[in-house]
Design a protein around this ligand. Structure first.
Ligand code: MG
Length: 372
């Protein structure tokens, strides 16, 4: 079984970008971490991450992963930086990757790992899809045939000791594949990935940011009903309503908060509140439903969901609730953007006869698409 050191070249000065983008935040983490965490998912093959940081920088990143992270300083040029990483690496094979390519997939890593051997390095290539032009010294434009031309990506994968010799021999090479070829070694390729682009200029970061924030959107539906009775408090959305009648239930019978919780749980594909907070459980007797909502928010967040918006309709003949609308929405806005509406039931069904209050709620949930 071949073992690999994953070397992240993050030693650049970011000249074209106008700053050290490799330590900028993309989504919830620095740019270099995206590929480091991706690599760590292939723990059967990748045994360590070697992060090459700019010369003179100090960096002690938090790294909670089974795969060790080792830090080494870079040099003045890419070749010198990569060489420092190669010298620190411990495995027989290396994958050298640009920190500024956050979206290289584990599938690409796997293709590369499967293709390398003691004699042949492997790189990802993408066919050039744009028409190409050349401008000569006099400013004259001519067309370049793109047939047979490819864009080179990383990670680039090689046997470590042979690559060290090759990089030493070509100190001005633009990438490791160039050094490798100059040394006369065999080079193979696998298909690259369009999303594995390099964030070279600020506009690339704008695209990367949009990709990192792409979400799956789901909608959940909740409904609840509670009987209106004397000698009970009436609480809606955690707000005490002035009323001679209140709602009957095991908890505080907050029909609005209950419908909202079921809508949120539904959107996240989780069971309803009856399953999570059973009426048979004495801990929930007289419970403040807003505290239960806090627990629901924790449960869905643990699954990666955020609640983007909640809309609800409360159907009640009595009491009149419109004057509480702002207060209820303010109270629930601690958790999510929310809109509440009220309907009387035209004296028709049981809520229309003042026997109960019902509530319908829909919740929109979002989850950032995992690109790692
Ligand atoms: Mg209920």
């Amino acid at each position: 079984m071949k073992e690999f050191s994953f070397i992240i070249a993050a030693g650049g000065k970011g000249t074209r970008f106008g700053g050290k983008k490799q330590f900028m935040t993309l989504g919830d983490r620095e740019l270099w971490r995206w590929s480091a965490e991706n690599a760590a998912k292939l723990s059967d093959s990748i045994r360590e991450i070697v992060l090459v940081i700019p010369k003179g920088e100090t960096l002690t990143p938090q790294w909670n992963n089974n795969i060790p992270l080792r830090i080494v300083h870079g040099g003045n040029e890419r070749a010198e930086s990569v060489l420092n990483g190669l010298n620190m690496a411990a495995c027989d094979y290396v994958m050298v990757h640009d920190a500024a390519r956050p979206f290289a997939s584990p599938e690409l890593f796997r293709r590369l790992i499967d293709s390398v051997n003691d004699d042949a390095g492997v790189i990802p290539l993408l066919p050039v899809s744009d028409a190409l032009k050349r401008i000569d010294d006099e400013g004259k434009i001519s067309s370049v045939d793109r047939e047979g031309l490819f864009i080179t990506q990383t990670p680039q994968v090689f046997p470590r000791l042979k690559l060290i010799e090759a990089v030493k021999d070509s100190p001005s090479a633009k990438d490791e594949a160039e050094s490798w070829l100059k040394s006369g070694h065999e080079l193979r390729y696998v298909d690259g990935e369009r999303l594995n682009f390099k964030a070279t200029v600020k506009d690339d970061m704008t695209i990367a940011r949009a990709l990192s924030e792409q979400k799956i959107i789901r909608t959940g539906l909740g409904w609840d009903i509670h009987r209106l009775v004397p000698d009970r408090k009436l609480i809606l959305g955690g707000v005490r309503i002035d009323s001679p009648l209140g709602l009957l239930g095991h908890s505080d019978a907050d029909v609005l908060t209950h419908a909202i919780m079921d809508a949120i749980l539904g959107g996240a594909g989780l069971p309803d509140i009856g399953n999570i907070f059973p009426a048979s459980d004495e801990r929930f007797r007289g419970a403040d439903s807003v505290n239960l909502l806090r627990e629901v928010m924790r449960l869905v967040a643990a699954e990666g969901w955020s609640v983007e918006f909640v809309d609800a309709v409360i159907t009640a003949q009595v009491p009149r609730l419109n004057k509480y609308r702002e207060e209820i929405m303010r109270n629930l806005s601690e958790f999510f953007p929310v809109n509440i509406k009220f309907k009387s039931a035209e004296n028709l069904d049981d809520s229309g006869r003042g026997l109960c209050i019902t509530c319908h709620a829909v919740a929109t949930l979002g989850k950032v698409i995992e690109r790692c």
